[in-house]
Design a protein around this ligand. Structure first.
Ligand code: CA2
Length: 147
């Protein structure tokens, strides 16, 4: 059975509780429910994680090797700073799809740089929580085409 890991980075645990004008009113727990429903409908296995710690995210990527077929990564602000996450993805041998709720390219210039993008299979951004569901579909399609 296809198995996916959705990995969420710093501050995404605050979704729906602060700054709804930027990130919307949906909580991360509600997004997880929607993702698990999508996974059930597609007949795949899905693990959903969040951490505020860079090293925990690095270790989750290391641990995905041989366990998950693909990773959907919303690295939060580490997207724009983390060579460590980039190196972890490069060595993981697991395809990573970069995901953001907001359109990082339409925001402050420091958000235009992504250390994840060069080592990801692609990027979804600007579609809010719906992006998570599209990312699952996109990764399943990618894995099916590769098989
Ligand atoms: O748009 C995204 O998904 C981001 O990854 C979200 C990050 C941001 O640093 C990236 O540039 C784009 C920030 C997540 C913070 O989430 C919060 C949610 C509610 C209240 C405060 C922060």
């Amino acid at each position: 059975m296809t198995s996916l890991l959705i990995l969420n980075g710093p501050n995404l645990n605050l979704l729906g509780t602060r700054q709804p004008e930027v990130y919307g009113a949906t909580t991360l727990a509600e997004i997880e429910i929607q993702c698990q429903d999508k996974a059930n409908a597609l007949g795949i296995d899905l693990q959903f994680e969040q951490s505020n710690h860079e090293g925990v995210l690095v270790e989750a990527i290391h641990g995905a090797r041989g366990k998950f077929d693909g990773i959907i990564l919303n690295a939060g602000a580490y997207t724009h700073t983390s060579v460590a996450l980039m190196d972890a993805i490069s060595s993981a041998d697991v395809p990573v799809l970069e995901l953001h709720l907001s359109n990082i390219h339409a925001r402050e210039s420091f958000r235009h740089k992504s250390y994840i993008a060069p080592v990801a299979i692609g990027q979804i951004c600007g579609l809010g929580p719906a992006g998570y569901l599209l990312a699952i579909e996109g990764m399943v399609t990618y894995l099916g085409e590769k098989a």
